[in-house]
Design a protein around this ligand. Structure first.
Ligand code: NAD
Length: 500
């Protein structure tokens, strides 16, 4: 018996009318548990129309009205952490504690949105000329859309919609078709919190739904998070259609380890950041760059720790790492390990044969660790997005920096060292959007923005934080004069206005 996930349009569940559905699989069992409706262009139009209608009043609502609803939503989200985490584990496969972490990080952005009144404070300059004042204000855009990836089905949508709706926009979300249930739970909680119908809508589907959002004349801005090829496509297509776009892409995050680093701390960090969520994180560490003579010792410390990771279903509290999202993805990840030796890598751990008793059809893969990985290998060049950590060796800091900066990706990176001068130099010289100093996954807190460089982000704005507020609003500058009745008439003056 499979359940059906439908769209959420105008404050209620709307059954898919196109008749097209996609399967949702429990990655731990390999069973199809759910079918998800795929929207046609007409169904996307209905969601955009509902959002456009709702904007007429939501765009005019007061900050107090918007934030009071967001505060109620925050309380509901807090009370439903476990329920949302369970939905994530059942469709994504990540372990429950990790799913709870994702909800917690999404909640941080709701916190920020509850205080949007501070961020939306305008600027005022008085008496810029005689009895002339100038104010700068920011206003919402209208209907905005979010297109999100499978790996954070709750957090990534929450990077977008809390800020967007707090700023007065209305929102259409197209979540990943692989794990759609969390988005519907969130829609229900928003409704329970008192969000007016049509302010938040969800359409499920694939390229058909995405393409309609990208071309729809009433969609004013598109936020995207996903893989680099699709991010590039979204940016190009939505920009050509005159929309504001932020498109966050894939990653290959490097962790540089200097010889003076605390190698136990570095090994703990590398293992947590590489294998957490089975490596299906855009901020996962996938390449360790060991500088100087420490390589052998560091690899041994990583191996010792990695071998102990307990792999199993995400709803088993003893599991530390769950399965991969699909069988196809599992096989793709395995292919990098299978081809690694022929590419010149030293295979220290090979997880491709891993199985879990009682869950023979799950999308399992064990821990893999590849050492002395050449930069020419596919294992280094591609974003593997699985539990495969590659280790590269360099003689010097400069060589390591050049290697990192030569990568087409520039999402997150980290340096492990006890040397403050080296850390500061790295912070200034590395070409990446987020840098950790003895911090392996430097995902910024909600009030700083998240975003990568190079092929990891297309567009001008990072996501959430001040950049989020700027992305979802546009500026307006108002120049005001209230003449004194005693003033002599100004008379006609065709010269360009000057302030005096
Ligand atoms: P994906 O690019 O396959 O899909 C993302 C979204 O785009 C989904 O909603 C999907 O339905 C849609 N989509 C897929 N193919 C499309 C097409 N041809 N045309 C239009 N829309 C399409 O990504 P994914 O596999 O769901 O997620 C994993 C990827 O996301 C990884 O590359 C990861 O690094 C990246 N990611 C990046 C960040 C970041 O902040 N930079 C965060 C999370 C995930």
């Amino acid at each position: 018996m499979t359940k059906t996930v439908n769209h959420w349009i105008g404050g209620k569940t709307v059954e898919g009318a196109s008749g097209t559905h996609g399967p949702v699989t429990n990655p731990a069992t390999g069973e199809v548990t759910t079918k998800v409706a795929f929207a046609s262009a007409d169904e996307v139009d209905a969601a955009v129309a509902a959002a456009k209608e709702a904007y007429l009043t939501w765009g005019q609502s007061s900050l107090a009205q918007r934030t009071s609803i967001l505060f109620k939503f925050r309380a509901l989200l807090d009370a439903n952490r476990d329920a949302i985490a369970e939905l994530i584990t059942a469709e994504h496969g990540k372990v429950h504690s990790d799913a709870l972490g994702e909800v917690a990080r999404g909640l941080e952005i709701v916190d920020l949105a509850c205080g949007i009144n501070v961020q939306l404070k305008g600027e005022l300059s008085t008496q810029v000329a005689s009895r002339v004042d100038v104010s700068s204000i920011r206003q919402p855009l209208g209907v905005v859309a979010g297109i999100t990836p499978f790996n954070f089905p709750a957090m990534v949508p929450m990077w977008m919609f809390p800020i967007a709706i707090a700023c007065g926009n209305t929102f259409v979300l197209k979540p990943s078709e692989k794990d759609p249930s969390a988005s519907i739970k969130i829609a229900e909680l928003l409704s329970e919190a008192g969000l007016p119908d049509g302010v938040f809508n969800v359409v499920h589907g694939d390229k058909v739904a995405v393409d309609r959002l990208l071309e729809h004349p009433d969609v004013k801005a598109v936020s995207f998070v996903g893989s680099t090829p699709i991010a590039r496509y979204i940016h190009t297509t939505a920009s050509a259609n005159g929309k504001r776009v932020q498109a966050l892409g894939g990653a290959k995050n490097h962790m540089l380890v200097l010889p003076d680093a605390d190698l136990d701390a570095a090994a703990d960090a590398a293992v947590s950041a590489a294998y957490g969520s089975a490596g299906e994180r855009c901020m996962a560490i996938s390449a360790v760059v060991a500088v100087g003579s420490i390589g052998d010792e560091l690899v041994e410390k990583i191996r010792e720790r990695a071998e102990k990771i307990k792999i199993g279903p995400g709803d088993d509290p003893t599991s530390e790492m769950g399965p991969l999202i699909t069988k196809v993805h599992r096989d793709k990840v395995a292919s990098y390990v299978e081809g690694a030796a022929a590419e010149g890598c030293e295979v220290v751990l090979d997880g491709t044969g891993h199985t879990v008793d009682g869950f023979e059809n799950g999308h399992w893969i064990g821990i893999s660790l590849l050492d002395k990985v050449p930069t020419s290998s596919k294992a280094y060049q591609d974003e593997i997005f699985g539990p495969v950590l590659t280790v590269l060796r360099t003689e010097t800091y400069e060589e390591a920096l050049d290697l990192i900066n030569a990568s087409p990706f520039g999402n997150g990176t980290a340096i492990f060292t006890r040397d403050g001068g080296a850390a500061r130099r790295f912070q200034m010289e590395v070409e990446a959007g987020m840098v950790g100093i003895n911090v392996p996954i430097p995902v910024p807190v909600g009030y700083h923005s998240f975003g990568g460089w190079k092929d990891s982000l297309f567009g001008d704005h990072h996501i959430y934080g001040n950049d989020g507020t700027h992305f979802y609003t546009r500026g307006k500058v108002v120049t005001t004069r209230w003449p004194d009745p005693a003033d002599a008439p100004a008379g006609v003056d065709l010269g360009f206005p000057r302030n005096h």
